[in-house]
Design a binder for this molecule. Structure first.
Ligand SMILES: NC(=O)c1ccc[n+]([C@@H]2O[C@H](COP(=O)([O-])OP(=O)(O)OC[C@H]3O[C@@H](n4cnc5c(N)ncnc54)[C@H](OP(=O)(O)O)[C@@H]3O)[C@@H](O)[C@H]2O)c1
Length: 334
């Protein structure tokens, strides 16, 4: 099968389109014919091996798994002997067990759910990593309740475009923080207010947010806390992974619980778990019309390196997707 793979860590130049063996299906896994695959900053981390601490998980000297990609949407083509939830022909979305920038990928049933019928495969592939992280930020990290004021920093990107919609669905009043060009989009996603961070800082209106969800990952804790009420909750999702060193920008996540011990504010890092139950909850939000994935651009499989370069520039509008079919290589609306 065709796949995008790499032998060594490096920039997108190390990726190549090649022929690899189709993966074999484990007992509790399914084989999916991939129709579309989502691109997220985690793909960049696996590709570059940065921050260096990530190599403990992905391979010390070279990537343990050669094929890139994590999120997928597609059609089940084979099932393992222990699988009862799915059968060949089912349309699914979720996170792959290995790489998903490929014609076929395996996935554990725990990380897969039926594709929401109203979504195209491209839209569905945008959901599994970013939508799930956004749901966990709002539901678990922020414990958002109706009527609360919630700020989403990085509101126009992959996670942020979901977080704004999900916080609205939970009944919050949402302030979206984004650059000038995304203000209209963020308002259309339901934000009640928008702060254009190129003109004003997030503490513009003082400490009035019950929950601040930081996805952009580049502000100090002290600045983020200035936008929070005295008993508010700060959720750190983003980490500025390109900041270098062993942990990149993720040292804030380590410091947050320590700072939390000395303040009435609750500060916490969030590490997402991509599970079937979150995908199912998102599926319900999507089918109710409360959440719609925002797809920035789709690329053909062969152009996956360009997709990652676009992501690495740091300003995608919503999600970037690799599409296997004839619809690839376009911006929605073209
Ligand atoms: N904790 C977890 O489990 C988890 C899971 C997945 C991802 N992540 C991390 O979360 C982060 C974001 O992921 P993503 O998929 O949303 O990335 P993304 O799609 O690249 O979006 C990031 C957004 O941040 C915005 N941004 C850049 N600089 C900003 C600034 N100074 N202030 C405010 N916004 C700014 C950009 O929009 P503008 O054009 O408006 O600047 C961009 O849309 C990454 O660090 C990723 O590694 C964490």
């Amino acid at each position: 099968m065709k796949a995008i793979a790499q032998d060594v860590y490096g920039s997108a130049d190390v990726l190549r389109l090649c022929e690899v063996d189709q993966p074999s299906v484990g007992e509790d896994q399914v084989l999916v014919q991939v129709r579309a695959a989502g691109v997220d900053p985690g793909v960049w981390v696996c590709m570059t091996g940065r921050p260096y601490g990530a190599r403990v998980a992905f391979g010390l000297r070279r990537p343990r798994v050669a094929v890139r990609g994590r999120a997928l949407a597609g059609v089940v083509s084979a099932i393992g002997s222990g699988v009862r939830r799915f059968q060949p022909g089912d349309e699914v979305y979720g996170t792959g067990a290995g790489g998903t920038f490929a014609e076929y990928a395996t996935a554990s049933c725990e990380k897969l759910a039926p594709k929401p019928p109203s979504l195209s495969f491209e839209q569905a592939a945008a959901v599994p990593i970013s939508g799930v992280t956004a749901l966990e930020c709002v539901r678990d990290g922020g414990r958002v309740r109706a009527g609360q004021r919630v700020m989403v920093v990085g509101a126009g990107g992959g996670i942020g475009s979901f977080a704004v919609q999900i916080a609205k669905a939970f009944g919050a009043r949402v302030t979206g923080v984004c650059s000038t060009g995304k203000a209209e989009l963020v308002r259309s996603l339901g934000a009640d207010e928008v702060i254009d961070y190129t003109r004003e800082e997030i503490d513009r209106d003082g400490p009035r947010h019950d929950v601040v969800i930081d996805i952009a990952g580049c502000r100090p804790l002290s600045l983020l806390r200035r936008a929070l009420t005295p008993r508010g909750t700060l959720v750190l999702a983003g980490g500025g992974h390109d900041a270098g060193g062993l942990l990149g920008g993720y040292t804030r996540q380590l410091r947050a619980p320590l700072v939390s011990m000395f303040t009435s504010q609750r500060l916490r890092g969030l590490a997402s778990r991509e599970r079937a139950q979150e995908l199912e909850e998102l599926g319900r939000l999507i089918e109710s019309g409360a959440v719609t994935p925002v797809v920035d651009r789709t690329y053909r499989l062969a152009d996956a390196p360009d997709a990652i370069r676009h992501l690495a520039e740091g300003h995608p509008t919503g999600k970037i997707v690799i599409a296997m079919g004839s619809g690839a290589g376009r911006t929605p609306g073209d």
